[in-house]
Design a binder for this molecule. Structure first.
Ligand SMILES: Nc1nc2c(ncn2[C@@H]2O[C@H](COP(=O)(O)OP(=O)(O)OP(=O)(O)O)[C@@H](O)[C@H]2O)c(=O)[nH]1
Ligand SMILES: Nc1nc2c(ncn2[C@@H]2O[C@H](COP(=O)(O)OP(=O)(O)OP(=O)(O)O)[C@@H](O)[C@H]2O)c(=O)[nH]1
Ligand SMILES: [Mg+2]
Ligand SMILES: [Mg+2]
Lengths: 277, 292
């Protein structure tokens, strides 16, 4: 692309193709290119290099929503983790807990996925690895009851942070979204202000359905931030741009692997660079 | 929806007798947008539109249909043809016990699908044996054991820390001795670009020689579906696909992308978290979702 010496329709098509193939979505790409094309018409962009720079600025604008730091003066600080099936909720919780422990904080985990086979065992295995106790009930217990017990334990044990794992659920399943609303309410009943953070997990390989996921999870649980997982694959995670620009919800973290160290803070500039690499 | 948008695009077409390059241009543009919104891969869409254009140009507009309806009919037909008209079941002939190997990206639904397939096969009178060959993910072995218990299907007693290839080999021998006729191997989720893990899968395949190597793919996968499917097919060789989580509102364009790039049939779809939520693939359902 940098080899081209003039801005021509082919160059614009090529750039559009890159963004669509990055899962940025037709509407978002069209909006961005409306801006770009008007800049080109007004002769504000001299060459392909300037065009590419302008494009990156447009993308950065959409992605640079800075999340406020988590206020750990709230004790316990309660994080509720939600998302559809298989996106990486449980693994991201382990990574986050490990990170917080490295910062010297005490962490309690709550196994509120009472539905899926071996979900509790999975979180317990992670809990042992990172040194965080896990509050659990038996399989098919009421997740709200586990959430409530988790809050009681967090207060009793005077922990700094408590992270609640929930079952994967499709955002279109009304009864499951109602269950999530109930879990959220119950957390707040026991600890005023809880949950202080509602983290939506999105899989970077997901296409436009991520927008529907973000909307419906936000309606049900009031999402405060997002973690975008599996960016160590070849998917670019362009859905992030549509979601942050449309819903103004910040992306806090990215997942780049299956180990407990594989969590990074989201860096919009790095993300934009990766779109074009 | 698409038919509404095509009606608008073709408003000016009333009174013309034939579909031509010019008059279907805008209509095809609407189809392209709908397909991209449905997550069909950019390049697959390009090829698809080209073949639709070829079939549409020169066609007489039928009296019973509006031009929009006619174009939709051509698109729908082409989509069904591409997705695969006939249900292609599991090929379990040849050496017994038959072996089915499941592979795919992390979290796509392999372990759940393994149990669903076991339940399906049991219902068809076969005697399945579930093999947990994922020794990496915490509690993965427990997960398959728990699912196996739910449907009363025997699960291989995999020891954590064993080698996946050895597990697979031993499981097939054990199944033969126990007179179980269908071995279903659940493997660890892996990236298509992880050379070591793709190589492990290749080794496993050459040792157990499965009749079926099924790519388990998430229906909400975006543009990368082409990349993923291509790598799994080129490096491992797949015989079919299971598309999971289709009961949500994902448009499922990945189905067309995967089919277009590998030519392999989508054999089953996952339509829920419970073990009875597995259906033989029917192109109509997915075609209608992609068309929106
Ligand atoms: N490559 C890669 N794999 C990941 C990442 N995050 C999670 N995974 C893997 O994705 C799979 C699913 O992760 P889980 O943590 O079980 O996902 P979940 O959302 O809790 O799943 P459910 O509870 O079943 O809905 C596991 O194999 C994880 O190791 C990531 O950032 N990169
Ligand atoms: N809604 C829905 N969820 C499904 C379907 N199939 C599987 N799941 C769920 O998706 C999540 C991941 O399923 P798993 O079977 O653990 O996926 P996996 O591919 O084995 O994951 P890894 O072993 O970590 O790669 C679980 O929450 C399953 O219950 C489906 O058809 N619909
Ligand atoms: Mg989980
Ligand atoms: Mg699994």
């Amino acid at each position: 692309l940098l080899g081209r010496r003039t801005i021509d329709p082919e160059l614009l098509d090529e750039l559009e193709e890159i963004l669509i193939m990055a899962d940025m979505g037709v509407e978002t790409v069209q909006n961005i290119f409306e801006q770009i094309r008007s800049d080109v018409r007004r002769n504000e962009l001299k060459d392909p290099k300037a065009l590419r720079q302008r494009l990156k600025e447009c993308l950065l604008e959409r992605l640079s929503i800075q999340p406020p730091d988590m206020d750990f003066r709230q004790k316990p600080f309660v994080i509720l983790v939600v998302g559809v099936n298989g996106v990486g909720k449980t693994t991201t919780i382990a990574k986050l807990a490990h990170n917080l422990k490295k910062q010297g904080k005490s962490v309690l985990l709550v196994a509120a996925d009472t539905f899926r086979a071996a979900a509790v065992e999975q979180l317990e295995a992670w809990g042992r690895r990172i040194g965080a106790p896990v509050i659990k009930h038996g399989m098919n217990a009421d997740p709200s009851a586990v959430a409530y017990d988790g809050m009681e334990a967090a207060v009793k044990r005077n922990v700094d942070v408590v992270i609640v794992d929930t079952a994967g659920r499709l955002h279109t399943k009304v009864n499951l979204m109602e269950e999530l609303k109930k879990i959220r309410r119950v957390l707040g009943k026991k600890i005023p202000g809880a949950p202080h953070e509602v983290l939506l997990i999105l899989d970077a390989t997901t296409g436009q359905n991520a927008i529907s996921q973000a909307r419906l999870f936000n309606e049900a649980a009031r999402i405060t931030s997002i973690a975008l997982t599996k960016l160590d694959g070849t998917a670019k995670g362009g859905i992030a741009a549509s979601i942050t620009s449309e819903m103004k919800i910040p992306i806090r973290y990215i997942g780049i692997g299956e180990g407990m160290e594989d969590l990074r803070p989201f860096d919009p500039a790095e993300f934009v660079e990766a779109l074009f690499s | 929806n698409l038919s509404g948008r095509l009606d608008a695009a073709f408003k000016r077409l009333k009174g013309y007798g034939k579909l031509s390059e010019e008059n279907i241009q805008e209509g095809l543009r609407e189809v392209r947008l709908a397909f991209l919104e449905a997550d069909v891969n950019y390049k697959v869409v390009k090829d698809f539109i080209a073949s639709v254009r070829e079939k549409a140009v020169g066609q007489e507009v039928m009296d019973s249909l509006t031009p929009a309806q006619q174009v939709i009919k051509i698109v729908h037909e082409e989509l069904i043809n591409l997705l695969g008209r006939k249900f292609q079941g599991l090929n379990l002939a040849g050496r017994q016990p038959a072996v089915i190997m499941l592979a795919g990206l992390q979290g796509s639904g392999k372990t759940t699908t393994a149990a669903k397939l076991a339940r399906w096969l049991k219902g068809k009178g076969r005697r399945p044996y579930l093999v947990p060959a994922d020794v990496y993910r915490p509690a993965a072995i427990d997960q398959l054991k728990s699912l196996g218990a739910q449907i009363k299907v025997e699960v291989h007693p995999t020891e954590p820390g064993a080698s996946p290839v050895d597990i697979a080999r031993q499981a097939v021998s054990k199944a033969a001795l126990a007179n179980l006729d269908t071995v279903i191997i659940d493997t660890a989720g892996r990236l298509h670009v992880d050379e070591a893990l793709m190589s492990e899968l290749k080794d496993m395949k050459s040792v157990v020689e499965p009749q079926e190597t099924l790519l388990v793919a998430d229906a909400m996968t975006g543009q990368d579906a082409v990349n993923i499917a291509n790598h799994f097919d080129k490096e491992i060789g797949i015989t079919g696909v299971v598309l999971t989580k289709l009961e949500g509102d994902a448009r499922g364009g990945a189905a067309l992308s995967i089919r277009a790039v590998t030519g392999r049939p989508i054999k089953f779809v996952g339509v829920g978290e419970k073990l009875d939520a597995l259906e033989p693939f029917h192109p109509d359902r997915v075609a209608n979702r992609i068309l929106g």
